[in-house]
Design a protein around this ligand. Structure first.
Ligand code: PLP
Length: 221
């Protein structure tokens, strides 16, 4: 498995405006280092503890993305350095991120995670919650809402997955038209199994793990 070559291949395949986040969860720091040496800088982890441990031993100019569910009591560990939080799904969480951002004199970039999948178990906001959270966020000076994140249903049915991505893109466009902020320009959707479909439907940030690093040996949530 040549990690650098895998990344290069994907970058050649995707449009230049699409940012590739290499999802390194469960993989050792050495694998990230290898990707780093090939020139890659954006890495995603889904657990705070793992992200913090890896950040401590890897180069400081890595852009760390938190892509998994974030508990309010763990915000403080990533607040000093996190590049983008993809998984904001409550006002309580947003307020906690704001508090720690201000403490570190930072503005932390966040995406709001929207519920688009048919499955009951997925995290994310519904339309109503999304609207409310966007309205509340304007008073939080330590937060910059950069866009939305979503995960499609875990199915091979491209009609279902395509429709879910399309739905998120429509929500994204509606908000962008309404708030008219140039900061609101990130649409994070697409994983190893569905990133081409996500890009076709307007994604400009994809999160790929197994395609880059190989299959994970143990499942994570
Ligand atoms: C694990 C994970 C990914 C990457 O999954 P792959 O199928 O390995 O590409 C993307 N997004 C989130 C939120 C994840 O937890």
């Amino acid at each position: 498995m040549n990690i650098g070559a895998n990344i290069e291949k994907i970058k050649q395949e995707i449009p230049s405006g699409v940012i590739l986040v290499a999802v390194s969860k469960t993989k050792p720091a050495s694998a990230i280092q290898e990707a780093y040496e090939s020139g890659h800088r954006d890495f995603g982890e889904n657990k705070v503890q793992e992200l913090v441990a890896k950040a401590a031993e890897l180069p400081k100019d890595i852009n760390w993305h938190l892509i998994g569910h974030l508990q309010t009591n763990k915000v403080k560990y990533i607040a000093p350095f996190v590049h983008l939080i993809h998984s904001v799904d409550s006002l309580k969480l947003l307020e906690e991120i704001n508090k720690h951002a201000l403490k570190h004199n930072r503005i932390i970039d966040c995406l709001l995670q929207v519920y688009i999948a048919k499955e009951e178990t997925k995290f994310g906001l519904d339309q109503q919650e999304l609207t409310e959270l966007l309205a509340s966020s304007t008073s939080l000076s330590g937060i910059r809402i950069r866009g939305l994140m979503g995960m499609a249903s875990n199915t091979n049915d491209v009609d279902i997955v395509g429709a879910e991505f399309k739905q998120l893109k429509t929500i994204f466009d509606n908000i962008a038209n309404e708030i008219k902020s140039t900061d609101f320009n990130v649409l994070s959707m697409g994983m190893s199994s569905d990133y081409q479909l996500a890009i076709t439907n307007g994604s400009n940030m994809i999160r790929l793990g197994s395609t880059i690093f190989g299959e994970r040996n143990y499942p994570t949530s």
